[in-house]
Ligand binder design. Sequence first.
Ligand code: BEZ
Length: 397
Amino acid sequence: MERTKIRFGAASRRDLLKGAAAASLAGAFPMPAIAQAKPVKVGLMLPYSGTFAQLGENITHAIEMYIAEKGGKLGGREIQIVRLDDESKPELGLQNAERLIKRDNVDVLIGTVHSGVQMAIHKAVTESGTLCIVPNAGAVGVTRNLCAKNVFRTSFSNWQPAYGMGVAMGKRGIKKAVWVTWDYAAGAESGEGFKQGLEANGGQVVQTLTLKFPETNFQPLLAQIPGLGVDVVGAFFAGGGAINFVKDYAAAGLKVPLVGSGFLTEGVLGPQGAAAEGVETALHYGDGLENPKNSAFRPAFKAKAGREADVYAVQGYDAAQLLGIGLDAVKGKIDDEANLYKAMREAKIDSPRGPISFSKSQEVVHNIYVRKATGGLNKVTGVAVANLADPGTGCKL
Ligand code: BEZ
């Protein structure tokens, strides 16, 4: 789904503002209304089709909801949204990102969900200097060795939730685990987080089993599990793939408990049904979190989207909140990059997940909760790690 909007060149936009400001200072004539009133163009590069479609839709609903709550303006400027379906296809990522940046001339790119696509966006935004806010994809490089002053993340690094689950399992006395996932960055980086958390607490990951993204023929992997002698099976899957994996796992009748990064059961408990009952996961959001922001957010989101809020909606909402804080600080002057980025880096956000802030590498810092799927809810049962920051290894910001 894509909407094309009026185009303004980045250079001509800057020139127009500069020229108008100079003329105004010189007292020649007042600043033309057009320079003030022009909307900030926000490109949403997200999946609206494929296994992650619902994730992209929920992020979009929440961004639109926040902008509507602010009367359609952030920092005093109208916001104009341009959507692009990235289909979770890394091979199309660069051309899609460049289309938004060079053809549609977006001022800000909010995207995406899939880590492989994120790496393509990262190349495009670091080359062009376009402000980018990541509302889901956890690719660790984005806020580690490849970190950039114009890139912020309001979601998580792939390492964070899985590390939390590893810590929780290790503290519970789990000694041996297997990690099962898709063979791409998010699966591998989550697996590394789970391993580090478990190892730091006396356990180990004895094997990793993978299949190609976004395949769902899990039987050959599930067949190997009984022979491994593990205490738990840890997994990363999300969206449509997570629905199938949890159902197939239950149908296989394995006696080993299934655990994972919270995406395994997030936003998909309805279709997973009884198969998900009892599955424990770790994430930065969950059911039963009581705070005033969440109490207002959930019914508002349901009214807008027609379904319950989930972590993807929260991350989208916080991406819009972060942009709002930045634009407020510079009174809508998005070209004032130094002050825009400073305000965003220093932002303390009241998120539906609880308070969040940002690390030096511009990665979100937040609590990682343990949840248990119970009667259709991911009920929070405790905090795995409080205020967990990604290590940010290699970032020089
Ligand atoms: C990722 O590719 O980074 C990702 C996708 C869905 C959920 C979580 C992470």
